[in-house]
Ligand binder design. Structure first.
Ligand SMILES: C[S@@+](CC[C@H](N)C(=O)[O-])C[C@H]1O[C@@H](n2cnc3c(N)ncnc32)[C@H](O)[C@@H]1O
Length: 351
């Protein structure tokens, strides 16, 4: 009872090998391939619009699961990503910002939203899709911690100021409610809202508000509580499709097992982040201390050399020109000693 991934009695290290070869932080939509495969089997989409492509690693899985074309919207394409997409004629790179660029490409049967993870961007993307392509299925990444209730901004300057929360370079952690430099930080790639929660903050809040603005019962929302949370919005107009989608998602949707594993994962990962931060800070302190000690040692060497030089000069000056009193004392002492010796020898000869 085993699969190659877990090995067998003759290969007992297969699972550990797979574990250590995986990235420390799982975050890509590629990990949801089996869920996406079930959604695609239920809905059979021809055209997929992917927002937020990064390396392009996830783009081809939509083709693997039966789509004909994928329009890959990315605001900052890298060379690696261009090459990945160029290798497949059915992957179409669309360079620009969502949601503005959505008007310029063919409508999708499925939209995959994984671009800028803030309320205003996601809300505008959803409002556009729900108005213009009401039959589309929308799959959203990052509907849970850390961006479910807290905005992330890839480029806050590109968003209307009154929709942007106070934000900065510090990031969230599981271990307390405030952002911290030891948390999930963007390292120059993105900034993070200082406060979580409230109105107009986070991806899940945008989903709730966008759906609340639709006629009641017009859509269902399923949540897969793994790898930062996958949300699936599907319209309820086609009952057969709804049944297929419900049973496709049933094993994953709201799974307490997945939720427990996800919570454990983010707790462990943010603990590792904190330890890395503390180690880096300790290394900086240690280096500073070493420099301080080096500086003090050099200073002591300089002081010792100066004292030796002075001592040497003073002794040389003393030898060259001893003080008079010492000279006199020395001569008197010498004469007295000589007299003493003479007196002793005279006394001996008189006897
Ligand atoms: C989380 S990554 C996408 C990861 C990818 N979907 C995956 O699973 O491998 C988000 C990407 O969205 C891009 N992005 C951010 N804001 C965007 C926007 N408004 N429109 C298009 N792309 C955006 C970023 O440059 C980044 O590459």
């Amino acid at each position: 009872m085993t699969t190659p991934e877990f090995g067998d009695r003759d290969d007992p290290h297969a699972q550990a090998r797979n574990a250590r070869n995986a990235p420390l932080l799982l975050h890509s939509l590629t990990l949801f391939s089996e869920v996406i495969g079930r959604i695609f089997a239920a809905a059979r989409p021809a055209t997929v619009v992917e927002v937020g492509v990064e390396s392009g690693g996830a783009s081809s899985i939509y083709l693997d699961h039966g789509a004909d074309d994928v329009y890959c919207i990315e605001s900052s394409p890298t060379e690696e990503m261009r090459n990945t997409l160029a290798a497949n004629a059915n992957l179409h790179l669309v360079e620009g910002f969502s949601p503005e660029i959505l008007d310029s490409i063919p409508n999708g049967d499925v939209y995959i939203l994984d671009g800028d993870h803030n309320y205003v961007t996601v809300r505008r993307e959803l409002d556009w899709i729900l108005a213009k392509v009401p039959d589309a299925i929308v799959i959203l990444h990052d509907v849970l911690w850390p961006w479910g209730r807290r905005d992330l901004y890839y480029n806050a300057a590109a968003i209307d100021t009154d929709c942007v929360h106070e934000h900065g370079d510090d990031g969230p952690t599981v271990w307390h409610d405030e952002v911290t430099p030891a948390g999930f930080v963007g390292l120059g790639q993105f900034t993070v809202a200082t406060e979580a929660g409230g109105e107009g903050n986070g991806v899940l809040t945008a989903v709730e508000d966008a759906l609340a603005a639709q006629p009641q019962g017009s859509h269902e929302f399923a949540l897969v509580p793994a790898i930062f949370g996958l949300g699936i919005i599907y319209p309820t107009g086609d009952p057969d499709r709804v049944d297929r989608l419900r049973s496709a998602l049933e094993p994953y949707s709201d799974s307490p097992l997945l939720a427990a594993m996800e919570n454990n994962r983010i707790a462990l990962y943010t603990r590792v982040l904190a330890m890395q931060y503390e180690m880096a800070a300790a290394a900086v302190n240690r280096d500073e201390l070493v420099h301080q000690l080096d500086r003090q040692r050099d200073e002591h060497h300089r002081e010792i050399a100066e004292l030796q030089r002075r001592h040497h000069n003073e002794m040389a000056a003393l030898r060259a020109n001893p003080p008079i009193s010492i000279r006199n004392v020395t001569r008197r002492a010498a004469r007295k000693a000589v007299r003493g010796v003479r007196g002793v020898s005279r006394g001996r000869s008189a006897r």
